[in-house]
Design a protein around this ligand. Sequence first.
Ligand SMILES: Cc1cc2nc3c(=O)[nH]c(=O)nc-3n(C[C@H](O)[C@H](O)[C@H](O)COP(=O)(O)OP(=O)(O)OC[C@H]3O[C@@H](n4cnc5c(N)ncnc54)[C@H](O)[C@@H]3O)c2cc1C
Length: 279
Amino acid sequence: MLAASACETSRLLLNSKSASFPNGLANGSGTVGKYLTDTTGTDVGGFVPKMMDPVPHNHDGVGGMHVYMPWWLDNKKLDFPRGYHIEVWGGTGLPEAGFGGGIQDQQGGGYGKQLKNDYRRYYGAHVGFSGRGEMIPNDGSYCEIDPRVVDKWGIPVLRFHWKFTDHEYLQVKHMQETFRALITEMGGTPWGNMPSKEDGYGIAAGGVIIHELGGARMGADPKTSVVNSNCQTHEVKNLFVADGSPFTSQADKNPTWTIMALSMRTSEYIANQLKTRAL
Ligand SMILES: Cc1cc2nc3c(=O)[nH]c(=O)nc-3n(C[C@H](O)[C@H](O)[C@H](O)COP(=O)(O)OP(=O)(O)OC[C@H]3O[C@@H](n4cnc5c(N)ncnc54)[C@H](O)[C@@H]3O)c2cc1C
């Protein structure tokens, strides 16, 4: 049972070469390490004057805003596939240097009583939105064994290649435009300008949202995939992969529930196979 996480599972398989598996264990298809994805993401925050001078009360203990907006649009009317959810943030966390997106930029800085009064007025007068969406797997996003670098035990490490396509860039552009419109509609001002096309509309780099998946993709055809629908490798019947590797693409939800659901299906399959002595 291999469940070392998406990339580490690829590393273990690729490093496990033998006469029977010259390209790495269970890698006859050559797809181990391929079709890596991460959740797409970008964030926009802003200052909303209508929220100034709030009634003071204790917000201690609340982490984040606990609001989640699922995908709500029809892709047929959009220029990108799939969708994203929105996480809302803001509130009155402990003030620190630069809180509120750099409060000094809004009220001009200062010291003493005036600064304290300004802080009270501006405290909590900001909101933000984080978009988290689905990436479409592509040939240009993969990991492979680095031919030169090893870890402290002398085991070769991975090196990564990453490519976003217009699917992801246009989705993130839509996030930016939506979040900026929401803040403006609230009478507020977004922090900073919208990132340009050259800056990928502010898309987080692959790996930054830490939802990496893929590398041992599931499929019916052993020539193009690593595991079958029970997460059993096509080439080694007693080797199973039960982590984020078998599914290369996730909906706009986070990955853990799917990892757990697939693991449960795999466990039940193994138990049944053992009962019938098929394994
Ligand atoms: C900070 C953070 C926040 C996140 N928040 C969310 C969230 O809110 N919701 C969500 O759905 N997902 C979230 N994720 C993503 C989620 O945690 C991962 O997608 C998920 O844990 C991946 O599961 P996995 O089984 O593939 O790998 P992992 O959970 O990484 O498990 C792999 C395990 O294998 C072990 N291992 C590795 N190599 C070896 C080896 N050679 N020998 C023995 N053991 C080994 C590792 O120590 C580890 O315990 C978050 C991730 C991070 C980092």
